[in-house]
Ligand binder design. Sequence first.
Ligand SMILES: C[S@@+](CC[C@H](N)C(=O)[O-])C[C@H]1O[C@@H](n2cnc3c(N)ncnc32)[C@H](O)[C@@H]1O
Length: 280
Amino acid sequence: MESAATTVDYGYLRQLVYGLSQNVLDPSRDYLFDTRLTKLLRNHGMTHLEELVQHLKLRKNPVLERSIAEAMTINETSFFRDGRPFELLRADLLPKLIEARRPTRALRFWSAACSTGQEAYSLAMGMLEHFPMLTGWNIRIEGTDICREVVERAQNGLYHRIEMNRGLPARYVVRYFDHVGEDWVVRPEVRRMCNFRQANLCQQPLPFSRADDRFDVIFLRNVMLYFSQETRKTLLAGIHKLLAPDGMLFLGSSEQPANPSIWTPVLAGGTCHFRPLQQS
Ligand SMILES: C[S@@+](CC[C@H](N)C(=O)[O-])C[C@H]1O[C@@H](n2cnc3c(N)ncnc32)[C@H](O)[C@@H]1O
């Protein structure tokens, strides 16, 4: 019997993912549907992708549709990824922000598209390591991601040796993690600074509102490359409203804001970050 895989309507799957997560998948990467949906097919008692597509076309299973969009996300991340933003924060930006926030004794960070949590925990560990004088301050690091599975992993704060070996200085391992069998788990003092939840950045409203305190630092790194230009513009306009007037936005090292007129790029510390231009 000929494999049903040859007749898979990948265009339907691409459109479904786009509709739910705004992630634009190139047809040259259709093979990813085959590799990433294997487990999901098995869990639903199916053997071929085409069976799944036929089932999806009945439009009766929104939960399954969301699981497919989530399974197709690229979750690549690591501790202190692209180190320079963290170093710039430590050496220059945070000392100034801390001075400015003395009256409120509060700092708020958002790791938007946090994947398995390494970005948020890197911020938390950096604060503990370099700014111990902030004991008693209210320091909150929010992490959000569309994919439930990675959010759960971030909440657990449990990492395999391979993940620990990527970008994490040895002294951080010793100070901020406990060894559990083959894995490492973040210590409670790091864990309690971070809060993780599932949220889609392309759905309005964004997971935070302006009525909440605004953010001092937002990391929106290595996620917009999968979005269309229109989606990027809408998202960045929303992010702009959530930043404090003296706050800062970090994008991935090869990313730019889609709406440059509302941002001032600042080149410092071998990296670029963006300040919100105030609009009348
Ligand atoms: C490549 S990872 C980047 C993680 C981290 N920011 C970093 O730079 O290391 C991209 C993350 O974006 C998430 N993502 C993709 N589309 C999203 C959406 N529409 N809303 C929220 N998160 C999304 C994926 O689930 C994935 O975990």
